[in-house]
Design a binder for this molecule. Structure first.
Ligand SMILES: Nc1ncnc2c1ncn2[C@@H]1O[C@H](COP(=O)(O)OP(=O)(O)OP(=O)(O)O)[C@@H](O)[C@H]1O
Length: 233
């Protein structure tokens, strides 16, 4: 297989500020990769570039044909019902039926006719995931999708994302600040700093994972991020 993502020597400048400095990264078909790094290190910039939202770069990258994105804020259109938000831009399909199927997958089967402003944060984020899924992405770009959610809703979303990934098997590039979240979900954790990948860790643990199973790896990743693991023994 050609691989889902291949990035070589990617450089991105905002004026005099170099945000990506010759970044290389591969993501295999169906692989779940978490991208960690300090605030402002260029994670969202990288995702925006891969999503085709910022063509002004140097270097090369290839992504598959079907790429979907979900952001920290669900970005639903408040004047369209939930099902219309999901199918917006999809052509040649029975939108209602496709939306209902996707909503059932994110456990919101009875919310097709709801208005976005009546949804909780977790529900809106699940609609955002459904909208990403109906495009049957080969690559799913998730930019801190649970960053704005409370801890319990986050836990439920971890299970849901893992299950959806298992069923659909897109490659995933998942930006998060949460090391535990990365180790719970990803096949590989990569750490970005100074515009390049500075460390990577394969997470060879069976799923579903427990936090206790990755305590050592957690300390290691945190030290790559320049943070002491206060929970370490
Ligand atoms: N459109 C823009 N114009 C100018 N500078 C920008 C623009 N977008 C991002 N930047 C700068 O590029 C750097 C990287 O931003 P980016 O949003 O990619 O970081 P991040 O790693 O996703 O941060 P966070 O974890 O806080 O979301 C930051 O210094 C930011 O200020």
């Amino acid at each position: 297989m050609a691989g889902a993502v291949r990035i070589r020597g990617l450089v991105k400048d905002f004026g005099p500020r170099r945000v990506l400095a010759g970044l290389d990264l591969d993501v295999a078909d169906g692989e779940f990769v978490a991208l960690l790094g300090r605030s402002g290190c260029g994670k969202s910039t990288l995702l925006r570039i891969l999503a085709g939202l910022d063509p002004d770069v140097e270097g090369t990258f290839t992504v598959p044909e079907r790429v979907s994105v979900a952001f920290q804020q669900p970005r639903l259109l408040p004047w369209r019902r939930v099902w219309r938000n999901i199918t917006l831009g999809l052509r040649g399909v029975d939108g209602r039926e496709v939306a209902e199927r996707a909503l059932a997958e994110v456990r919101l089967a009875d919310h097709a006719d709801a208005w976005p402003l009546t949804l909780s944060g977790g529900e809106a984020q699940r609609v955002s995931l459904a909208r990403a899924l109906v495009r049957e992405p080969e690559l799913l770009l998730l930019d801190e999708p649970f960053g704005a959610l409370d801890a319990l809703t986050r836990l439920a979303m971890h299970h849901l994302v893992e299950q959806l990934w298992r069923e659909h098997r897109p490659a995933v590039l998942f930006v998060t600040h949460d090391v535990d979240e990365a180790l719970l979900l990803a096949d590989r954790v990569v750490v970005l700093d100074e515009g390049r990948i500075v460390a990577e860790h394969r997470v060879d643990l069976p799923r579903p994972r427990r936090r206790a199973s990755f305590a050592d790896l957690r300390s290691h990743v945190l030290s790559n991020l320049g943070v002491d693991d206060v929970e370490a023994a």
